[in-house]
Design a binder for this molecule. Structure first.
Ligand SMILES: Nc1nc2c(ncn2[C@@H]2O[C@H](COP(=O)(O)OP(=O)(O)OP(=O)(O)O)[C@@H](O)[C@H]2O)c(=O)[nH]1
Length: 207
């Protein structure tokens, strides 16, 4: 499908949350730039990345906010939950504590985001699963089900395994939810913007 045939699109605001060091920044960087950074540069407040994907012949812009996992920045990161369409809840599958802390992160999301926010669970560091796994896949899957989350995948920011899949799958889930909404209403997150088609010929007499 050529760019011209993609007529219109939407944009979704996503947040990535989870303990410091689980790989949130690396996961985002792998998705947006296709690179992996070995060092842990602690996120201060929030960082931003964006990428367009195509779903059902529609251009979908994902605006992704990578939040600091460190407690010190919690008051800043809280202000970013508002109007988020989706939240990626991330843990490191080689670190049980980061999985156990998910209850706190889920509470944080529920308290600060809108009632209809969608939540996708991601177990990062899949590349070390064979030697260092501390969280079984079925346990994480069960936790996601019990908490009525909207999706779950394990992946690796290092090898890029399932990185695109996480964002594409989550994008599809969000797209399905919002595709029939064509007007902005009170209940709809305000920054779900309909991107105008490239063909914006004005009708005669119209300003
Ligand atoms: N082996 C492996 N290491 C990873 C992976 N993802 C991230 N890391 C490493 O984990 C460390 C922390 O990654 P970051 O992305 O900076 O972690 P973060 O969650 O953004 O941390 P904060 O900014 O403090 O919240 C870095 O040293 C990365 O190289 C992965 O999939 N596999």
């Amino acid at each position: 499908m050529s760019a011209q045939e993609i007529q219109a699109g939407v944009q979704f605001k996503l947040l990535i949350i989870g303990d410091s060091g689980v790989g949130k920044s690396c996961f985002l960087l792998q998705f947006t730039e296709g690179v992996f950074k070995e060092d842990h540069t602690v996120t201060i407040g929030v960082e931003y990345g964006a990428k367009n994907i195509t779903i059902s012949n529609t251009l979908v812009k994902l605006q992704i906010w990578d939040t600091a996992g460190q407690e010190d920045y919690r008051s800043i990161t809280r202000t970013f939950y508002r109007n988020a369409h989706g939240i990626i809840l991330m843990y490191d599958l080689t670190n049980l504590q980061t999985f156990e802390n998910l209850d706190t992160w889920l509470n944080e999301a529920k308290q600060n985001a809108g009632d209809d926010v969608m939540i996708f669970l991601v177990g990062n560091v899949l590349d070390l699963a064979d030697e260092e796994r501390e969280v079984d896949t079925d346990i994480a899957e069960k936790w996601a089900e019990e908490n009525k989350l909207d999706g779950f995948l394990e992946g690796s920011a290092k090898t890029a395994a399932n990185v695109t899949e996480v964002f594409t799958k989550f994008g599809e889930i969000l797209f399905k939810k919002y595709q029939n909404q064509t007007t902005v209403t009170e209940t709809r997150p305000p920054d779900l913007v309909i991107i105008k088609p490239t063909d914006t010929k004005k009708k005669k007499g119209c300003c």
